[in-house]
Each structure stands twice: as structure tokens, then as C-alpha cells.
Design a protein around this ligand. Structure first.
Ligand code: URA
Length: 437
């Protein structure tokens, strides 16, 4: 055990730089010192970079997560209440599952206190989407988060300053020092926020492909295993589904457009098959985990009933109202809607899905720098999917925009993102390819 005076941050950095494993004490003192400002950003950045190069073993990753959880408060839910369960997605293009899933699962009697994020790189953020609803507040205090969850059954809001403050500070530093893409840092970042939220169980949607930061199935599987491992060591019920993100999920990409699509599904409309499948699979895992259904088949039936009866939609409206939102007001609509046409005939072979996300940013629907205001009306609708045939002159998708100059650039990016060839498209990987427990 170190005493404050004996602890030398440079020695810890040196050990990691040389590829050695750190002790629990070293990690803890570093993280807690950084959080309270005793260790400067440049030393934390150096340790993050050394971690990028040399990684961390399972124990170090757990200790890092633990230190980050312990940097702040852990929510104490009332004893004996309903099972509390959350879902986390590693992020993708057109991924609006949380908007449907949180009220849907809550309408089945399971508590869902969902702490979500904003757009990250090309991927959209649940909070940005929800803020398309007039008045919706995604910055609830800890007390409000707990109150809304207890009263309504679900809540979707940003991380509060009390929960894992080390992550807030470290994430900002990683963002500007090219140290985001390190597996132990990602695991500790995601899991520390979720563990501070202190749900009984967590379902993970760990994506892989061109529209997310884990490009290969292998890398995303490694991430899923590591997160499930850390959660279980904390005594949480954990399931991860590994899902395909090589093309946009569902029929819309862009904040208000995605809320509209989610609301249609909550109204009981069938919606896009891929979005339905991923949402219902994740929601079913939550119900089984909570003991609300004996298996995923029974859970699926319950979920379909809640959608058909309108109960899930009412729960969404209740949650939005509790967070200041007025769903009766019209969602923002772009001034122009026009097709982006293919210049060739063939079959869609592949989509550089991240480019579609960056094209939304070019339209103004995402941020180039933290804190920028965004245009919630813009985005894309009905993208052609992999394997679909297309004629020259036919729309690849519909573009919603408010600025012809931006639209021209975004349209060029969309055309560039589509690989169209004469042959049939290669066999598609399964949408949900792995279940990791
Ligand atoms: N999301 C997070 O919250 N943290 C990461 O490091 C990556 C994605």
C-alpha cells in the first residue's frame, strides 16, 4: 500500500510504458489523484497512451473500472423495488433501439434507469435524438433521475456529475490525445458509468462493422467478453449480443427522423425488420434477466402485446413528460427532402456506414467539436441496404436538409459510401451473431 508521499506517478507511467502490469494500488491512486486534480492531465495522458500500446490484463481492467466507479457516487435504489435493468450500445448509425426499448421494457414492470450519451464521432447519440422533442431535458440531476425512474419506470438522461467523474475527465482527455480506442479504457469508461448507476442487470449491444468503432467481429467480441467479465465480477447479471453494424439500422438516420421512426414502432407499426429484430432481442434479454419472462420466446410475446396495446407508447409519453418533453408538438422538419441518386446500376455490395454518419454531421445533424449546436431536422431516410438491386438514377436514400451547399457535399459522401457492383452481394453476416454471457 502506498502512502501519498511515496506515490510517484512517473514510475507508474514508466511501468506501463515498459509493458508491465500495474497493481490495484497504483491504478487507484492514479485515477483518484487525477480526478481530484492532484495528478495533471499530461501524466494521465501519458498513462492512457502507454495503456493504448500495452493494454491491461483482466485484473488491471477490473481495478481501473473499480477506481473509476469509486471516484464518485453509486446510486442506492430503494430495497425490494422492481428489478432494475439497463441496456448499453457501443453505438452505431441509425441505432434508435434505446428510444423504443426503455419504455417497452418498463411497460412490462422492469425498471430502466438509462444513462446515455451524445453523438460520438460519426455515431448518433440517444440524448441528441430525444432533445428533438420540444422541452425534453436530458440533463436530469441524480435526484430527478431516481424520481423519474421510480415514478414512471424508465428514464433516459446523461451521466450526472456525481457518477464516475473520473470517466468524464478522462474521456475528454482521451478524445484529444487519440487514446479512445484502447480496449481496457473503453471497458472501464462504459462499465464505470453503468456500475455507478447500480442496476441489477445490464444487456449490452456490442456492435461490429463499418458503422462503429469496433471494425471486426473479433475485436467487438473481445470487448463484449471483457465488459461481461467486469460486470459479473461486480455481481451483476450480464448478457451481450453482438450485432451487425455494416449498414444503417432501420429506415432513418438523424435525430428527429429517428425519433419519428421509434414512435412509429411504439405505435405498433411493424417498422424496419432489422430495427425490430435487434430491439426486441435486447428487450427480451432484459425481461428474462429480470425474471419477468421464463425465456426469450415468452418475452417476445409480452413485448409484442405491449406494442400492439399502446402501453409502450404511453410509457414513452409519460417518460418524455416527466423529463419536460411535449410529444404533441411537431418534431423538427427539414425544409428540403430530396433523393440522392445512384449513378450506376447493380447490387449494393457494401456501405461505408461511418461515412453516412459523417454525412449527417456535414448536414449539421452532428457535432464537429464538443458543445456545437446541431440541426435536429436533418438526416437520411430509407437507405438502400446491402444486397438490394439499384438502377442508375434510382435513389440510394432520401436526404432531409436545410442548406443546399451542405447537401451537395453530403450527397457526394453518400454516393462514395455505397459500393455497387454487378455481382450478387456477398453473403450477409447474421444480424445478431453472438450471445455472450
Ligand atoms: N463510450 C464510452 O462511454 N466510453 C468509451 O470509451 C467509448 C464509448
Amino acid at each position: 500500500m502506498y502512502s501519498e508521499g511515496m506515490f510517484l506517478p512517473a514510475q507508474v507511467i514508466q511501468r506501463k510504458r515498459d509493458g508491465r502490469a500495474l497493481t490495484e494500488d497504483e491504478i487507484r491512486m492514479f485515477v483518484l489523484g487525477f480526478t481530484r486534480g492532484a495528478i495533471p492531465d499530461y501524466q494521465m495522458a501519458a498513462l492512457a497512451m502507454a495503456t493504448c500500446f500495452h493494454g491491461m490484463n483482466t485484473e488491471e481492467t477490473l481495478w481501473l473500472t473499480r477506481a473509476m466507479v469509486d471516484s464518485g457516487q453509486v446510486i442506492e435504489w430503494p430495497r425490494g423495488g422492481a428489478f432494475c435493468c439497463d441496456k448499453h450500445s457501443t453505438g452505431g448509425i441509425g441505432d434508435k433501439t434505446s428510444l423504443i426499448l426503455a419504455p417497452l421494457v418498463a411497460s412490462c414492470g422492469v425498471k430502466v434507469p438509462m444513462i446515455s450519451g451524445r453523438g460520438l464521432g460519426p455515431t448518433g447519440g440517444t440524448l441528441d435524438k430525444l432533445e428533438s422533442i420540444a422541452g425534453f431535458r436530458a440533463d436530469l440531476s441524480l435526484a430527478e433521475l431516481m424520481r423519474v425512474t421510480e415514478r414512471v419506470g424508465c428514464c433516459i438522461t446523461g451521466a450526472t456529475p456525481e457518477l464516475a467523474p473520473a470517466d468524464r475527465k478522462l474521456y475528454a482527455l482521451r478524445d484529444v490525445t487519440a487514446t479512445v480506442s484502447s480496449l481496457p479504457l473503453i471497458v472501464a469508461s462504459i462499465m464505470s458509468k453503468k456500475l455507478a448507476e447500480n442496476a441489477d442487470g445490464l444487456v449490452l449491444d456490442v456492435k461490429w462493422g463499418s458503422g462503429t468503432f469496433m471494425r471486426t467481429r473479433e475485436a467487438s467480441q473481445e470487448l463484449a467478453r471483457a465488459m461481461v467479465g467486469v460486470g459479473k465480477r461486480y455481481g451483476k447479471k450480464m448478457v451481450a449480443l453482438q450485432t451487425d453494424m455494416n449498414q444503417p439500422l432501420g429506415a432513418c438516420i438523424g435525430n428527429a427522423l429517428e425519433v419519428r421512426e421509434a414512435l412509429d414502432i411504439l405505435r405498433g407499426e411493424p417498422g424496419a425488420a432489422d430495427l425490430q429484430a435487434v430491439t426486441l432481442a435486447l428487450a427480451a434479454e432484459m425481461l428474462v434477466m429480470a425474471g419477468a419472462a421464463k425465456d426469450v420466446a415468452v418475452a417476445g410475446e409480452m413485448l409484442h402485446k405491449k406494442l400492439a396495446s399502446g402501453e409502450a407508447l404511453r410509457k414513452f409519453e409519460e417518460m418524455a413528460a416527466a423529463q419536460g418533453g411535449d410529444v404533441r408538438q411537431e418534431l423538427p422538419r427539414a425544409q428540403f427532402v430530396e433523393p440522392v441518386r445512384s449513378s450506376v446500376t447493380g447490387v449494393v455490395q457494401a456501405i461505408a456506414c461511418d461515412e453516412i454518419g459523417y454525412a449527417v454531421i456535414v448536414l449539421g445533424g452532428g457535432r464537429k467539436a464538443a458543445g456545437e449546436t446541431i440541426d435536429r431536422a436533418v438526416g437520411f431516410e430509407r437507405p438502400k441496404k446491402i444486397g438490394e438491386p439499384i438502377e442508375a438514377g434510382e435513389p440510394l436514400l432520401l436526404m432531409h436538409h436545410n442548406d443546399p451547399a451542405r447537401a451537395m457535399k453530403a450527397a457526394a459522401m453518400v454516393r462514395q459510401a455505397y459500393a455497387i457492383g454487378p455481382a450478387p452481394a456477398p453473403a450477409r453476416p447474421r444480424l445478431i451473431c453472438e450471445r455472450i454471457v
